[in-house]
Design a binder for this molecule. Structure first.
Ligand SMILES: CC(C)(COP(=O)(O)OP(=O)(O)OC[C@H]1O[C@@H](n2cnc3c(N)ncnc32)[C@H](O)[C@@H]1OP(=O)(O)O)[C@@H](O)C(=O)NCCC(=O)NCCS
Length: 146
């Protein structure tokens, strides 16, 4: 699917993604530091991906991991620095939450260090019962010897 606004496009076409640029951003991000290219490729291949483009150039990204019935996890959201502050991430959130394959889900989930304000605009809330949530987290996984 494709959405257009001014000079920007959002597309779910996986073939159009600039995997080099996505890896370039993610391996320097606070949440996926040093993630290998092969892992990024697999994560793209198995998710619903949204690329944001300025003409032909990819300037933003997000992906949704979902069963398309009950649950979705939103991850790897970014807009390149030179395109920030123009409402692109808010538009991206609108597009993602309005996607026809992601309607009627019981739960959406995400993790963020400092962008709570962005997601709160779209209905995300801090867990009302955090004592019911459990997780396994290995933040250093990409920095460990295999
Ligand atoms: C977060 C990010 C995607 C925002 O992209 P953007 O296109 O510049 O955002 P927008 O222009 O659509 O505006 C975002 C809105 O959310 C708000 N916001 C809340 N927390 C924010 C944060 N941590 N960073 C940026 N904006 C934030 C902004 O103030 C803005 O609100 P406003 O319209 O009232 O001014 C971008 O700054 C980015 O890629 N950051 C680095 C990667 C990252 O942190 N990703 C999120 C991981 S959960």
């Amino acid at each position: 699917m494709e959405w257009k606004r001014d000079r920007y496009t959002i597309s779910t076409d996986r073939a159009r993604l600039d995997r080099e640029a996505i890896h370039g951003f993610l391996r320097n991000s606070y949440w996926a530091k040093e993630i290998p290219r092969t892992v990024v490729d697999r994560s793209i291949d198995n998710a619903l991906c949204f690329g944001v483009y300025d003409g032909p150039t990819q300037v933003g990204f997000a992906r949704v991991i979902s069963d398309f019935a009950t649950f979705a996890y939103l991850g790897d959201v970014f807009v390149l620095e030179s395109h920030r502050g123009r409402g692109l991430s808010k538009w991206l959130m609108e597009v993602i939450l309005g996607h026809p394959d992601l309607q009627g889900l019981r739960r959406w989930s995400l993790a963020t260090r400092d962008a709570h304000g962005l997601y709160e605009r779209f209905g995300f809330r801090r867990p009302s019962n955090p004592d019911r949530l459990m997780e396994i987290v290995n933040m250093d996984i990409y920095r460990q010897e295999p």
